[in-house]
Design a protein around this ligand. Structure first.
Ligand code: CAA
Ligand code: NAD
Length: 300
């Protein structure tokens, strides 16, 4: 089942209450998997409209999950959706979400905005609260540079779509304690994810490898080696990927990809991450992918 019990080795300070800051694409998914697993979760966002959108998307996605779990049994599906949804609270005030075991940050991918949030959380959350960032490309250590509880801080990197992707990267900062790492791993398992441990290296594990793959696909297209359709078919049928590189780029967003490649280039100087004219052009033209209605493909 989706609800998992803690194993007998569970530490005494296991995470039971969670706040997710940022109720966008990732934050709403993270809140959903916590609620599905029986945890009370608060979503904080600066934008009240986005909180409403998050609640709607959680309800829709819970229904998808419920239908899969309780095939055909409408009463059970309704009950699952209602019980899970009732565990989700929302607020625009950070203070309403501070008194919990774990705060997962999933706000905009901007270093200064994230630093400001963590500095505030460090001041208002009780001492035992673990603080974690879902950043995909910024250094976990840099985001937490201004906080005092560096031992109770790290990265929890989820994948889109959160309710479906089974992986969680648990990122150790320079000062993350073993106890905090263990609590984060156990929490990841409790929300149904398989956890891997990463160091705070650019792109962690998955994005560090997806970066060169995406970049070379773009260069293939620039060189005219093959069409985007044929490259996508190639990787789906020849390598077993669920989406081809251009479908995935549209799914993740070309702006997001360009930003992540930029950070990895800046940090590693590895030329595989060097700027790509075609990607810049797509972003300049507003062809960001599914979210803007057009990327490499058109979406109606
Ligand atoms: N919430 C809940 N369930 C969802 C969902 C969502 N948001 N999206 C899809 N699903 C479910 C569907 O209900 C469906 O369930 P069933 O199999 O029971 O019917 C299942 O997932 C498959 O969905 P679809 O049939 O609609 O479509 P699909 O088979 O093409 O799968 C996909 C969609 C799961 C997105 C798949 O194409 C895929 O895995 N793509 C690759 C995604 C990927 O690589 N993500 C990582 C990007 S990198 C990242 O996120 C990190 C970063 O830092 C940027
Ligand atoms: P998004 O734009 O969908 O959501 C961000 C949300 O944060 C918005 O609702 C916004 O109103 C809110 N917000 C902004 N500043 C805030 C603040 N100071 N306090 C509270 N709320 C604030 O973005 P997303 O795609 O969900 O990404 C969020 C984070 O997750 C980013 O760090 C991103 O790098 C990371 N991430 C994204 C993906 C992906 O595929 N999109 C995958 C893994 C990780």
């Amino acid at each position: 089942g989706i609800t998992r019990n803690f194993s007998s080795s569970t530490s005494l300070n296991a995470i039971k209450t969670v706040t997710v800051v940022g109720g966008g694409l990732m934050g709403s998914g993270i809140a959903q998997v916590a609620a599905q697993a029986g945890q009370n979760v608060t979503i904080i966002d600066v934008n009240a409209e986005l909180l409403e959108k998050a609640q709607k998307s959680i309800q829709n996605n819970l229904t998808r999950v419920g239908k899969k779990l309780y095939k055909g049994d409408a009463a059970k599906v309704d009950n699952f959706v209602k019980e899970s949804f009732d565990r989700v609270r929302v607020s625009t005030k950070l203070e309403d979400g501070a008194d919990v075991d774990l705060v997962v940050e999933a706000i905009v991918e901007k270093l200064d905005v994230k630093q400001e949030l963590f500095n505030k959380l460090d001041q208002i959350a009780p001492p035992h609260t673990i603080l974690a960032t879902n950043t995909s490309s910024i250094s976990v250590n840099e985001i937490g540079a201004g906080i005092k509880r560096k031992d109770r801080y790290g990265g929890l990197h989820f994948f889109n779509p959160v309710p479906v992707m089974r992986l969680l990267e648990v990122v150790k900062g320079d000062e993350t304690s073993e106890e905090t790492h263990k609590a984060m791993m156990e929490w990841g398992q409790s929300v149904g994810k398989t956890c891997i441990t990463c160091k705070d290296t650019p792109g962690f594990v998955v994005n560090r490898l997806l970066g060169p793959y995406t970049a070379e696909a773009l260069r293939m297209l620039e060189r005219g080696d093959a069409t985007k359709e044929d490259i996508d078919i190639g990787m789906k049928l020849g390598a077993g990927y669920p989406m081809g590189p251009f479908e995935l780029a549209d799914y993740t967003g070309n702006d997001t990809n360009m930003f992540a490649l930029g950070v990895m280039y800046q940090k590693t100087k590895n030329p595989v991450f060097a700027p790509i004219k075609l990607l810049q052009k797509m972003v300049d033209e507003g062809k960001l992918g599914i979210k803007s209605g057009e990327g490499f493909y058109k979406y109606s």
